[in-house]
Design a protein around this ligand. Sequence first.
Ligand code: DAH
Length: 346
Amino acid sequence: MLQNKIQDYSTEVENIHLDTAEQVEAFRLRFLVNKGIIRSLFEEFKTVSQEEKRILGKVLNEFKQLAEEKFKVAQERIGLSNTDEKSANLADLSLPGEGFNLGSRHPLSLVRKEIVEIFKKLGFIVAEGPEIEDDWHNFSALNFPPEHPARDMQDTFFIKKQEGNDIALRTHTSSVQVRMMEKGQPPFRAIMPGRVYRNEAISARAHCFFHQVEGLYVDEGVSFADLKQTLFHFVQELYGAETKVRFRPSYFPFTEPSAEMDISCTICGGTGCAMCKHTGWVEILGCGMVDPNVLENCGIDSKKYTGFAFGMGIERITNLKYEIKDLRLFSENDVRFLKQFETEII
Ligand code: DAH
């Protein structure tokens, strides 16, 4: 009779000792699995009369709860949290664990660090400024007259039109020069790394944001010879002693005279290749003597002090170092690209 069977099994469950993992597992296999006792009792329950069902349904459910509770309590007591027999029995604690993937520094961070280190050894400090700038710091103080076409040299992302002093994303790190000079008096010897923004269509050769390092040296008696020697030293440190430099006259509103500096092509060494468009030279930065107007705009006596400034794109320097041909790679976060560079624990 079903009722007697339930009674007997209930007594068994109540009295059974579940002290080891094996006993718990044996209990589970006997009572709780698909082909176990509880399931078979339910099968049998289907065959009894309606009358009996009314009484036995409750008894059978109580028995089921009793067995499940017994199992759960025993399992928790001996620390088996998983009912899955495979993981209970097969966890091999002697297997080696899964290793962590080490990150790597972004190539632009590596090169920025290298640039900073070279200038630090020459006594330059590192300065920073905001990425959201006003017209004064990004343009006017740097000798870009209002409405002057030189402002179109850089396509600007404007944030807010404000009578006489628009707010924009800085188009170059030259704005940090202004902030620095406004705050004190020479000597200034600083480099200013940072992100800049231009309203350009994104392609392999242009991006709407990139990174620059600005340099500024203002003191009494600073000359173009100082500028040349400093930048020559920088290039030799960064690209090697065999690297040559040349200066070409150029124009920037904030420097006079202004120049662009080329280096002998780092890829072909000057014999001509696709990177240098078969000229043997590649441009790496703009520079010049700080225009006296800029010094005066920042409250510095241009009769007493002179200075030089320069600005370079970190992406460009990096491309030449690692032969990267597509600017978009820098911001796509593709780990296959990123992990090719130095691996370090950060
Ligand atoms: N600000 C210039 C640019 O973004 C780069 C530059 C040129 C910076 C000459 C300078 C400089 O400080 O002297 O194109």
